[in-house]
Structures are given as C-alpha cells and as structure tokens.
Design a protein around this ligand. Sequence first.
Ligand code: C5P
Length: 245
Amino acid sequence: MSRDLKPHERIFVGLDTPDIDKAAHLAKTLVGSVGGVKIGKELFTAQGPDGVRMAAGGAPLFLDLKFHDIPNTVAGAVRAAVHLRPKIVNVHASGGRAMMSAAAEAAREAAEDLGVERPQVIGVTVLTSLDAKDLEEVGQMGPPEAQVERLARLAQNSGLDGVVCSPREIALLRQVCGPDFLLVVPGIRPTWAAAGDQKRIMTPEDAVAAGADYIVIGRPIAAAEDPLAAARRIAADLDAAAVDA
Ligand code: C5P
C-alpha cells in the first residue's frame, strides 16, 4: 500500500457523464484537492481522446476503459492510451496472462518512447454487478471470491501493478497480493452521503484503513451541491483517521 500519499491524493473522482463541459468544469474545480479523475467508456465514447484531454485538464487521469481483446489488440490500445498520459489504465484480468503481459509491456514501451511516466496497469477481476448465479451462467462455477482471488494472483503474476476491487475484497487481496500491489476501490460512501445504487459500501476512512491505495468516488462528490466542499470533507475525514491510527 502506498504510504507516501497525502489523504486527498487517494481520491479519484468519477466523471460519469458524456457531457464534456460538465466533466471539465468538475475536474477544474477539484484539481489539486483530489488525487485525480476517472474517465470511462461513457465520456470516451461520446467525446473521444480529445474530449478526455479537455475533460481531465491537467488532473491526474485514471483511464477506465477496461480493455479486453486478443493480446496484440490490447497492447495497441494501451499504447494509444499512453498518449493521453494516464496515471492508471485498466484491462479485464479474465483476458488472460498473455493479454495482461502484453498490456504491461506496451505501457512500458510506449511510455519510454514518449518520454513520459509509465502508467500503472491494473486488472478488473470480477465485475461487482455479477453475483454467483450470473457467473454460473457464463460457466464460472464456485464462489465469486475464489474467482476474484484467482484473477488477482494471475494479474500480479502477469506483471500488472494492481487491481480494481470492491471494499469487501480489500483485506483478502492485501493479504494475498502483498503490500505493494495497487488496490483501487469504488463503492465508497461517506456516512453523510446517500448510498444510491451501491450496496456493498465502505466509508473512505475504513477503505484506506483496510488497505486501499486509491478510492474511486462518483456521486458523493460529483452530485454534491458543492463538490469542492464534499471532496475537502472526505480528505479531512481521511486525514483525521490517519492521525488517529
Ligand atoms: O457514484 P459512485 O461513487 O457510485 O461511482 C463509482 C464509480 O466507480 C463509477 O464510475 C462506477 O462505474 C465505478 N465502479 C463501481 N463499482 C465497480 C466498478 C466501478 O462503482 N465495481
């Protein structure tokens, strides 16, 4: 777990909108007060790479495009993504060892060629929208947690820097994958925010205490009346918890 991060640097804010002006305004408001922004398929597909650049402004970027294809294609996609200077990019761990190795290698090479910092490449294990029955329907028998653990180990052995995981998986994966494996965690809700459609939630303080490196927060900040105040409040909560620890 990264110990050298300031509390606010652990927060990545999900810009979950196809509206570039809205996203850019939010990023501009929050830059410097959070660790960065997460941009996913919605904005990318609507606005393209230039839209992502404009929306992120100068904020550190988690490019959440969850690539999943044959190794050669994913490597090409990762190489193209490096032009956006992301801090973090991700792929589906279920794409397998060769695909993940190709992604890691492509990130290294492209960053070197461009003379930029190498993005951290992380894996998505099992989408939290899938339960045991859904997994069975696609041929994955057994408890979802076993599949999460299997894919996290494979991601690590394939040269990835970490995984996205749900709050309830932090402790297990920290134990299984060790202290240096990056854990990026959505499903975060401060006690003072509405849960919305997130069910298995954890507070920012508890997630970081359990071993999360970065926490991904969308609506509690983006939909707040005053997003900057909400971000600062979360950072202050993290700060207070770190002092208490
Ligand atoms: O608004 P909220 O805080 O729920 O947003 C969380 C962000 O993290 C969204 O971008 C959502 O798509 C993403 N995410 C998630 N749960 C996962 C994976 C990603 O909520 N398991």
